[in-house]
Design a protein around this ligand. Sequence first.
Ligand code: GRF
Length: 204
Amino acid sequence: MPTNRNVGVLVSGRGSNFRSLLDAKARGDLDANFTVVISNNPSAGAKAHAEEFGIPWVVIDHRTFASRQAFEEELVAQLRAHDVSVVVLAGFMRVLSSTFLDAYGGLTLNIHPSLLPAFPGLNAQKQAIEAGVRVSGCTVHLVDSGVDTGPIIDQAVVAVPNDDTVEALSARILVQEHRLLPRALGWVLDGRVTIQDQVVALDA
Ligand code: GRF
């Protein structure tokens, strides 16, 4: 259960999902305090959104750490320094291990551009096109030590027509990502997301 509404966001790239959280808060659709955004990539586009909204921007470049454990210890230290109780992985391209999960397991969300457990890992939209599926979509889930595993909080479905392309499918899925992620974060902050028998129970 979150102890406050302070949220830390971890990013690696352009940051459109991070932006969707900031926009949802600005619209009054999400009650959250974004106390820090941390990027493992110094040149991530997400920085511009952090600056526009005045959110503290911290770079923790994994390449400068001797081990995964040391990198994750620094992540946890920064999140704690910003009094974060819930973490959102918004296009964060590192797998997290027990060093991180011992601190924030059960309180960390990820957004993935497929209907998990189908197509985990990289290039999920390309995997979907190549598999010839008729529907794909996106998933918000709690993070565990696997790659895009962990209890599912919410999903949205997107049709995949015959002539679809990776780019077009990605764009249509992204629209749904931006709708799903702020809502799921709100549910977690409200303490409505609990785990029973390995699956999420969403309190009404
Ligand atoms: C999104 O497709 C997200 O589902 C995946 O990485 C991408 C990040 O995009 N995990 P952005 O940086 O949020 O624009």
